[in-house]
Design a binder for this molecule. Structure first.
Ligand code: PNS
Length: 169
C-alpha cells in the first residue's frame, strides 16, 4: 500500500457542491484544481426538489463521473438535505467553491458563514478562471435552447447530452 493511508495520515477531503444541471467547463476547472490540492474530492450533486432540472440527478452524476474519471480522486454523489450534513457524514472539513465575480460574493459569504456556524466546516474560495467568469449552467441552457453555440463552454460529452436533451423537448 502506498499513499497517505499507508503513512498513517488521514485523507484530506473536500467537497465541491452544486446543482450541476449540467456540469460546465467552469465547474470542471474548479474540481480539477481542488483535486490537485486534496487527496479526495467529493462532488455533491445537491437535490433541490423545488427546482425542475433539465437533467435528472442520476444523469448529472453520470456526466460528472465521465468528465472527472481521469483525475483519479473524485467521488460523485448526490445529497438531499444540508451540505453540512453531507460533510459530517463523510468527515469532510472543507467546501471548495469557485467565485466568478464580486456579484457571487455576498451570497457565497452568507452560505460560508452559515455553514461554519452550523458545523465548523470551512469554505475555501477559488477564483474562477477568467475564461469562465461569465459562465453558468442556466445561461448555457438558455443560449443553447435558442440555437447558440455553447460547445466551447462544456465538455464534449456534456455538449452532446445537452444537444440531445434539447432536441427531445
Ligand atoms: O450550483 P448551485 O445551485 O449554485 O449550488 C448551490 C448549492 C446547492 C451549493 C447550495 O444551495 C447548497 O449548499 N444547498 C444545499 C442545502 C443547504 O445546505 N442549504 C444551506 C446553505 S447555507
Amino acid at each position: 500500500m502506498t499513499g497517505p493511508e499507508s503513512e498513517g495520515r488521514k485523507l484530506r477531503r473536500a467537497v465541491c457542491p452544486g446543482s450541476f444541471d449540467p456540469i460546465t467547463n467552469g465547474h470542471l476547472d474548479i474540481i480539477a484544481r481542488a483535486s490537485k490540492l486534496y487527496d479526495v474530492v467529493h462532488v455533491a450533486v445537491m437535490i433541490n426538489q423545488s427546482k425542475q432540472g433539465l437533467f435528472t440527478v442520476e444523469e448529472r452524476m453520470d456526466l460528472i463521473r465521465q468528465v472527472t474519471r481521469d483525475y483519479g480522486n473524485v467521488e460523485v454523489e448526490s445529497h438531499h438535505g444540508l451540505l453540512v450534513d453531507f460533510c459530517k457524514q463523510r468527515d469532510i472539513p472543507a467546501i471548495v467553491k469557485g467565485l466568478r465575480a464580486v456579484s457571487d460574493f455576498d451570497y457565497e459569504l452568507q452560505m460560508a458563514q452559515m455553514n461554519n456556524g452550523l458545523s465548523g466546516v470551512e469554505t475555501l474560495f477559488v477564483p474562477t478562471n477568467p475564461t469562465y467568469s461569465f459562465l453558468s449552467s442556466s445561461l448555457v441552457k438558455e443560449v443553447a435552447a435558442w440555437g447558440g453555440d455553447v460547445s466551447h463552454l462544456l465538455p464534449p460529452v456534456v455538449h452532446e447530452a445537452l444537444t440531445r436533451r434539447l432536441a427531445e423537448k
